[in-house]
Design a protein around this ligand. Structure first.
Ligand SMILES: Cc1cc2nc3c(=O)[nH]c(=O)nc-3n(C[C@H](O)[C@H](O)[C@H](O)COP(=O)(O)OP(=O)(O)OC[C@H]3O[C@@H](n4cnc5c(N)ncnc54)[C@H](O)[C@@H]3O)c2cc1C
Length: 447
């Protein structure tokens, strides 16, 4: 490799630009790194790594900061924002896209759609492709196609020794395995080559009912999940949306129960599949329809601007009557829950088993994902939200599988909580091999 050039400008706590530079997408996160740099080329990434080493600093890579609440103290750490220059290169014949780090899902999905293709993106268009995929990647196509990390052809990464590498199933396969689900502890990813899906249209959307219908709707959904085809992936949420202008008028300030998801197939088959849910209670709003695949990015209605929030998560096994009652008692009508959302995502299908050659997060060993979100908009929320989130998690503890999903484990901590013991031991070995000095700081520690 040519010699390393000077690093891009560093922003330090003494600089006026520091607060803007360190800000993450989750505004409740308060990262205070020793310095912030933004890299747009591989050489700049190498220069930042060399500079950090020379100053005795560690390095943490960030795309958007959606997972910033999980980061540990960054006191002796340089925050490296990866905004790599270059196009999203779609190879329509090969059904792949090379995506520079820092790119969010929306431009990738739009570029793929020009060729009648789509990607295994998540529920928000502005989540980073790299961070999402390094954490596993659970999409609304997951029950049919599995984790997004199972659809990665190659990863371009600068490792702790400052060397740029392109890793895949044949080149540094251990590193390739660890990067596909183990997060950002193994290097700074500069680009990722992902597979695209030949899907142009889907039957997708959301249905809303008043929260008073939650017992009937939730029971119908849990029953339906047991036999639903893998061609549909869905979520069920109790929503308490604030009375803000950006919230659709009928949903403002009134609790609802919402079903959303995507069915890969034609509209008639999709409608037949979700008929038991429509029959559970008369919907207040029914937006399920045949739509272009690009619409799937917004069916969940996630915020697309930075917001302050706190969340808690758990993976759950099969849910019985007692589980539904327990969930509704802490999140449903009359519970007094201040949470903006208490969500269950449907797993199963192709998520049950890791395909041959998968990365560390090749499957999802659970039936449902539990996710609670509290907005931190006012000072009193700092007191109200943590116990409200804890109530939901505690209520569902009897159904927990014990493992967590890295992308949703926003409270951070050790990655050990996210993996089976043998997988975690292999991650630790791989980390020691590729980052023996512990240069990289990631959302979930691996050591
Ligand atoms: C509104 C919302 C909706 C979401 N929906 C889904 C969903 O449907 N399915 C799902 O699976 N997840 C979902 N997530 C979780 C999301 O996938 C994770 O937060 C993910 O880590 C975000 O990636 P990012 O790059 O945007 O965030 P960042 O905070 O920038 O990155 C997260 C971590 O990834 C690593 N990383 C990022 N970039 C690099 C890089 N260039 N090199 C090395 N490491 C890097 C770092 O460890 C970093 O701490 C959602 C999150 C939010 C807030």
């Amino acid at each position: 490799m040519p010699s390393i050039t000077t690093p891009p400008p560093l922003v330090t706590p003494e600089d006026e630009a520091y607060d803007a530079a360190r800000q993450a997408w989750n505004l409740a996160a308060d990262p205070r790194p020793a310095a912030v740099a933004t890299a747009t080329t591989v050489d700049e990434v190498r220069a930042v790594i060399a500079h950090a080493r020379s100053q005795g600093l560690r390095v943490t890579a960030q795309g958007t900061g959606h997972l910033a609440s999980a980061l540990p103290s960054l006191e002796r750490t340089l925050l490296l924002k990866t905004q790599m220059a270059g196009p999203i290169a779609v190879d329509a014949a090969a059904r792949t896209a090379r995506v520079p780090a820092g790119t969010t899902w929306e431009p990738v999905v739009m570029a793929a759609a020009e060729h009648g293709l789509t990607a295994l993106h998540g529920s928000a268009p502005d989540v980073g492709v790299v961070g999402y995929t390094l954490g596993g990647g659970l999409s609304f196509y997951a029950r049919e196609y599995g984790m997004a990390a199972n659809h990665v052809r190659a990863i371009e990464v600068v490792t702790a020794d400052g060397e740029p590498r392109r890793v895949d199933g044949e080149h540094d396969p251990d590193l390739f395995w660890a990067l596909r689900g183990g997060g950002g502890a193994f290097g700074v990813v500069t680009a990722i080559e992902i597979e695209l899906l030949p899907i142009e249209r889907v039957y997708a959307g959301a249905i809303f009912w008043p929260a008073s219908d939650a017992p009937a709707v939730m029971r119908a959904w849990v029953d339906w999940c047991a036999t639903a085809p893998s061609s549909i992936t869905s979520s069920m949420r109790i929503l308490n949306l604030p009375p803000l202008p950006e919230v659709p008028e009928p949903l403002r300030g009134v609790p609802h129960i919402a079903f959303d998801g995507a069915f890969v197939g034609d509209a008639a088959a999709g409608a037949e599949s979700i008929a038991p849910l429509r029959a559970a209670a008369p919907p207040k709003i029914d937006m399920f329809a045949e739509v272009p695949a690009t619409a799937v990015m917004r069916i969940h209605g996630d915020p697309e601007e930075p917001v302050p929030y706190l969340s808690r998560d758990a993976m759950l096994g099969p849910l019985d009557e007692a589980a539904i009652d327990a969930f509704l008692a802490v999140a449903g009508e009359g519970s007094g829950s201040p949470l903006v959302a208490a969500e269950l995502r449907q797993l199963g299908g192709a998520l049950r088993e890791a395909p041959a050659g998968a990365g560390v997060t090749g499957s999802m060993p659970a039936e449902f994902m539990l996710f609670g979100v509290g907005m931190m908009m006012a000072p009193e929320h700092a007191e109200a939200m943590p116990p409200a989130l804890e109530r939901v998690i505690s209520a569902m503890r009897p159904w927990e599988t014990g493992l967590r999903y890295l992308n949703f484990a926003e409270a951070g901590g050790s990655a050990e909580a996210c993996f089976a013991a043998d997988a975690y031991a292999r991650l630790v070995r791989t980390r020691r091999e590729w980052d023996p000095d512990g240069l990289f700081v990631s959302s979930h520690d691996i050591s």
